[in-house]
Design a protein around this ligand. Structure first.
Ligand code: G3P
Length: 284
């Protein structure tokens, strides 16, 4: 599984270069990054991201508009202006522009842009059917939003949560079994399985699994980027499901490395290397 960094912050991308296999940005991440470096020109800043990522490490850059003609010209602009730097630009296009326009507009743009040979990352994927349509339209990547699907489901279930909290969907399934014999059953079952508009998806990880299985059924080669990841437990579950790529915020990458027993072990070895004179061996 490849690991991309989900960040538009040059310093973070630099820090992890050599470790990461690509970069995903979006307008929100760019806003956060640029607010920190006010003097910077956005065009130069994006160019820097592409350069740091380097050849062979895709950088997803998103269109900014919602009207099809504009999305197409923005996708072409991004590719024309930034792909020359390291040949790594992928244009991110929302699968559907929903209330901003016709819901099918995103799909049409994906088809048109992919048809021009520009790699597309279909973003804001929340259901297996969206992923399937994006792949059929020619997208090179689909980005299911794991954390946001969890948010959506937890909210529907009336569970209160913080953005980075792990959502244990297996516990929710277990809960459903426990409640089956009770009077609340119909209401609970409805809440759990008729998650309106979400195709019965039970969690963000479940979404990735359903997309992966459906792609395998049809030999679809579009790569899956598990996105909107908020914590390490989600990463472990994603590793078991096995999409080609996961994109992670820097703090999740950091958390993947840390363990108190590792830190304790390093400290003990360091001290014993001193006490035993072992470290002196290397000093001349
Ligand atoms: O890759 C998509 C990501 O940036 C969205 O993450 O945590 O805002 O849902 P989040």
């Amino acid at each position: 599984m490849k690991i991309f960094i989900d960040s538009a912050e040059v310093d973070e991308i630099k820090k992890y270069s050599g470790i990461i296999d690509g970069v995903t940005t979006n307008p929100t991440l760019l806003r956060i990054a640029v607010e920190k470096r006010k003097e910077v020109k956005l065009k130069d800043y994006i160019a820097e991201i592409c350069e740091i990522a380097g050849k062979g490490r895709p950088v997803s850059l998103e269109v900014a508009s919602v009207l099809p003609e504009k999305m197409i010209s923005e996708a072409e602009y991004l590719y024309r202006n930034f792909n020359g730097i390291a040949g790594n630009v992928v244009v991110k296009i929302p699968i559907s522009v929903g209330s901003f326009g016709s819901s099918i507009d995103g799909l049409k743009v994906i088809k048109e842009i992919s048809g021009k040979g520009i790699p597309v990352n279909a973003t804001l994927i929340m259901t297996p059917s969206q992923a399937f349509l994006a792949a059929k339209a020619g997208a090179s990547y689909v980005s299911p939003f794991v954390g946001r699907v969890d948010d959506y489901i937890r909210k529907k279930l009336g569970i209160s949560f913080g953005k980075e909290d792990y959502y244990d969907s297996s516990a929710v399934q277990e809960y459903k079994k426990l409640k089956l014999s009770e009077a609340k059953m119909i209401e609970d079952a409805f809440k759990l399985y008729d998650l309106e508009g979400n195709s019965g998806v039970l969690s963000g990880v479940d979404l990735v699994e359903k997309i992966k299985r459906s792609f395998e059924n049809y030999g679809i080669r579009t790569e899956i980027i598990a996105a909107s990841i908020r914590n390490v437990r989600q990463v472990y579950q994603i590793m078991i499901v096995g999409p080609q790529i996961v994109t992670l915020p820097a703090y999740v990458l950091e958390d993947m490395i840390k363990h108190p027993k590792t830190e304790e072990g390093v400290k003990i070895f360091y001290e014993d290397a001193e006490k035993s004179g072992y470290r002196e061996l290397f000093e001349g």
